[in-house]
Design a protein around this ligand. Structure first.
Ligand code: MLT
Length: 312
């Protein structure tokens, strides 16, 4: 329990502020999850953990920044399912999207919701499908760039509806939500961590959730399947990463801090209110996170190859 007095001050990790890069704009779902976890990690680590938003290009700009950083445990990345899709979607990157990182800990899995501006002339999913088939590219669909969760969900939706819309890319769904509430874009598919409060406030219209079962946090909202649109089963996982070459003891210390955050009652309660939950403590280990991440890359590769949709 009692560390030698000098050890903490001199070499023990961490002995200064840690930065976690969110590869999307402030105010969006990745930012919300990261800020909750970072605040709790600060208490466990005894150091401030600050969040830096580096949005753009579907999360690849922020990921590049961390892959190219010094591997000392002070500059980290909290990213989502984009870590599973980017290696197949992007053919030219300035960083190694697989080998450039040490996975630290999985954090959460988040359902998505299909939402629209509040005066959209459709009041349920069936009416929305009819509207999209009729208006097609006249409707604007907001997303956070290629590889973003909102992009993947939008692809699934347009495939299920069998009609294209006009895509409007943002640096994150935080600013996209502002425009949806303002009515300058028509539709979006976004994580419940960003949409729940706006749905409850009536600032946007909700058409469906993308999970097989309804959510306790939004019990009145039908699943896409029960509302007549099968094939829309999508949840978005998040994990923390350090640059490749970060010492194992540092990665393990960070993983323990994430695990402590995921046991924090305040984090658990806020996650539940926003329609999500922490992953298990076993899942929040470096080895389990690496296995999940690698499996997700393998899962998405054939899907992306079959779709033939790449970003250069
Ligand atoms: C965000 O944090 O802005 C989102 O996770 C973007 C997205 O992937 O749709």
């Amino acid at each position: 329990l009692l560390a030698p007095a000098g050890a903490q001050a001199q070499g023990a990790y961490p002995n200064r502020t840690i930065t976690v890069v969110v590869p999307f704009a402030a105010g969006g779902p990745t930012d919300t999850v990261t800020r909750l976890v970072a605040e709790s990690m600060s208490r466990d680590l005894g150091q401030t953990v600050v969040v830096e938003n580096v949005g753009g290009a579907g999360g690849t700009l922020g990921a590049a920044r961390v892959a190219q950083a010094r591997p000392d445990g002070y500059y980290l990345l909290l990213h989502h399912i984009g870590m599973g899709t980017t290696p197949s979607l992007y053919r030219k990157l300035s960083y190694d999207a697989v080998g450039g990182f040490e996975p630290v800990a999985m954090v959460t899995e988040v359902p998505m919701t299909i939402i629209g501006r509040k005066n959209l002339p459709a009041n349920n999913l069936q009416e929305l499908v009819a509207l999209v088939r009729q208006e097609r590219q006249k409707l604007n669909y907001a997303n956070a760039g290629i590889g973003a969760a909102s992009h993947l969900c939008g692809l699934l939706f347009q495939k299920a509806v069998d009609a294209p819309m006009t895509t409007v890319p943002y640096r994150g769904t935080g600013p996209a939500m502002t425009d949806l509430i303002g009515g300058t874009v028509d539709l979006m598919c976004d994580q419940t961590t960003n949409t729940t409060e706006h749905i409850r406030a009536g600032a946007v219209k909700v058409f469906a959730v993308t999970t097989p079962e309804r959510l306790a946090s939004l019990p009145e909202v039908p699943t896409a399947k029960e509302a007549g649109l099968p094939g829309m089963d999508v949840t978005i996982w998040h994990a923390l990463y350090a640059p490749k070459g970060t010492p194992a003891e540092v990665v393990n210390r960070l993983s323990r801090a994430v695990q402590a955050a995921l046991r924090d009652e305040k984090v658990v309660a806020r996650f539940a209110d926003l329609g999500t939950a922490p992953v298990t403590q076993e899942q929040a280990t470096p080895a389990a996170t690496r296995a999940f991440w690698q499996a997700d890359i393998a899962k998405w590769r054939p899907v992306i190859e079959a779709a033939g949709e790449y970003a250069d």
